[in-house]
Write a protein that binds this ligand. Structure first.
Ligand code: AGP
Length: 608
């Protein structure tokens, strides 16, 4: 997601900002910009594209000044463009703002401000902040930022500077990351540590609703009631490389840990009043839905596995038949596509060649095209009639983790919305499922808190070349994702099977010590799964079971049990996949594999 750097000191601000922003490139971005106080005015430069576009421009036409704010943008509201890039400013360019996060009530605020005569240049949510600060600015920047944030709902880390004082920088955070770097006669703000590590290792970690006021060489932190907060100085011991991973050894582990927040982002941005799903970006009306007689879900790899859960959810909640197909097969399978077909493409990158080719094929044949993707402005997003962005933030590790969980949550939301519009599900079921979805981030955290135990369990996979993943119903679909994950990063050969199918052939492969990972969360299938576990154990398998915490009886049948918090059967997928990701991660570590860049694989597969 977006990166912020701010600087006040004796160095040339543009150099510090560009250097800092370059260390935030790993977050993913589509444009970059700076605002510098030159003592006479605020000079703003911002461009769509790589950071080099900005740095080349600054080299040709330098800006002098020791106070500035910089930003790398990862588009959310409005396409990547020069005008949508940050910093944003008020009408006379005397106030400049950089922002990371989402202002949820920006439309409402924008309307209010427009009625008061404010003109908007961009499509961003951030521009409302610049105008709000302008509205409240009466010579005291800190006060104006306080008053502006009182109006804001959502998540934000903000950096604000004003033309009137070249020795003053104001910042605030709520639900988006922001730190303060403390140097010798110079100070910094940044979204993440790597941006400032070259200059200082002393930082303040800001808490929600803390305001930072940097004036000359003095840094003061205030709480929301304007009381001074005595912050502890933290000494950073990481190097730059490990800092961009936020202290995690690998991007994969970092992204696994980002899942509570990522699924929350997917969800809250589309919850109106925290209650009802509002698919602003999907134009399908109730009437359109009535006409749709079948849905195709098309994707590759992990995205395909998320699609399988989507098929389950749409069929169950909205009563529409769904065919889920692999993108490289779809066009050659004589698909039944017509004007009443909805085709949903799923792709983290939005650039996967087979998925894009399937989109074009479906479009040519008259289907309505919807996509679920993570990358704003990607090819698949641009060519779709409707786009559902997952808002997972950039995924860098080749192995998909947060992309999967956010895609699955997206499908649950789409299916609930369709089901409600078509009057298939009751309001009670709809409300209850949304409540359950809202609690899922905390439940993921609870699963993650068992990391040490899962790491220990993974030792039993040491020196094994094969593993089997078993489940029934939804659990089987998650087993498929678990098997892919361990294959691609640890090179252990793994296959997923519908547990009842095993005795039709595959059980012949089970011998003493064969690892079997069994998932059993579906109440109506629990006894049958326990029988399947007994069958493989009787033939020597070593069974690692994943089940809900109220099913302690599973301990009698399995060698090791990993528990997930209690959750309704329909949504268990988002929790059971977490231990499978950690198992794959630690299996890869044990075997000395390059976790983030597994052999023979690329993050985005742009060839068919
Ligand atoms: C899984 O860990 C892989 N990264 C891979 O299967 C991936 O999901 C697939 O290549 C599809 O990519 P996409 O979501 O970017 O289209």
């Amino acid at each position: 997601m977006c990166g912020i750097v701010g600087y006040l000191g004796h160095k040339k601000a543009t150099e510090v900002l560009v250097e800092g922003l370059s260390k935030l490139e790993y977050r993913g971005y589509d444009s970059a910009g700076v605002a510098i106080n030159t003592k006479e005015n605020l000079e703003i430069r911002k461009f769509k594209g790589r950071l080099s576009v900005l740095s080349d421009d600054l080299e040709k036409n330098p800006i002098n000044g020791g106070l500035g704010i910089g930003h790398t943008r990862w588009a959310t509201h409005g396409e990547p463009s020069d005008v949508n890039s940050h910093p944003h400013f008020n009408k006379d360019k005397s106030i400049a703002v950089v922002h990371n996060g989402i202002i949820e009530n920006y439309l409402e605020l924008k309307e209010e401000l427009q009625n008061e005569g404010y003109e908007f240049l961009s499509q961003t949510d951030t521009e409302v902040v610049a105008h709000l600060v302008d509205k409240y600015y009466k010579g005291n920047l800190l006060d104006a930022v306080y008053k502006a944030t009182e109006k804001l709902r959502g998540a934000y880390a903000l950096g604000v500077i004003c033309k009137d004082n070249d020795k003053e920088l104001v910042a605030v955070r709520k639900d988006s990351p922001l730190i303060v770097g403390l140097g010798e006669n110079e100070n910094f703000i940044a979204s993440d540590i790597p941006a400032i590590l070259k200059y200082t290792k002393k930082v303040y970690f800001l808490e929600n609703n803390e305001f930072v006021h940097i004036v000359d060489n003095n840094v003061t932190v205030f709480d929301m009631n304007k009381n001074i907060v005595n912050k502890a100085i933290n000494e950073i011991t990481w190097d730059v490389e490990s800092a961009s991973k936020g202290g995690y050894e690998h991007f994969m582990l970092k992204e696994i840990y980002e899942q509570p927040n990522a699924v929350k982002e997917t969800l809250i941005r589309r919850l109106d009043n925290n209650k009802c799903i509002k698919l602003d970006d999907i134009k399908l009306t109730k009437e359109d839905l009535e006409k749709i007689n079948k849905v195709y879900i098309i994707a590759c790899g992990t995205a395909y596995h998320a699609g399988l859960i989507g098929k389950y959810a749409i069929e169950k909640f909205a009563n529409i038949p769904v065919i889920c197909d692999i993108a490289s097969e779809f066009r050659y399978n004589n698909p039944f596509i017509d004007n009443n077909t909805l085709v949903i493409l799923v792709s983290q990158s939005g650039e996967t060649a087979d998925t894009l080719a399937s989109l074009r094929y479906a479009k040519e044949n008259g289907a309505r095209i919807m996509s679920i993707t993570n990358v704003v402005g990607s090819s698949i997003a641009r060519e779709s009639d409707d786009v559902f962005y997952t808002w997972a933030g950039p995924e860098i590790s080749v192995a998909s983790t947060k992309a999967y969980t956010t895609q699955v949550v997206s499908f649950y939301m789409i299916a609930l919305d369709f089901g409600m519009k078509k009057e298939i599900i009751t309001k009670e079921f709809y409300d209850k499922t949304i409540e359950n979805l809202k609690s899922i981030d905390k439940k993921i955290e609870k699963v993650l808190s068992q990391e040490d135990y899962i790491k220990e369990v993974t030792k039993t996979l040491n020196k094994k070349d094969n593993a089997f993943y078993l489940g029934r119903g939804l659990d089987y679909l998650v087993a498929m994702e678990g098997a892919l994950k361990i294959k691609e990063i640890s090179y252990i050969h793994a296959e997923a099977f519908a547990a009842g199918e095993l005795k039709h052939g595959t059980i012949a492969l089970i011998e003493k010590g064969t690892p079997v990972i069994a998932i059993l969360t579906q109440e109506n299938l629990l006894e049958k799964m326990i029988s399947n576990i007994e069958e493989v154990r009787a033939r020597g398998a070593y069974v690692i079971a994943i089940t809900k915490e109220n099913h302690k009886e599973v301990e009698k049948s399995a060698d090791k049990v990993i528990y997930i918090p209690d959750i309704c059967d329909n949504l268990s997928t988002v929790l059971t996949v977490i231990p499978l990701q950690l198992l794959a991660y630690y299996a890869a570590i044990q075997r000395g594999c390059d976790v983030d860049k597994p052999r023979n694989l690329a993050k985005s597969v742009t060839v068919e």
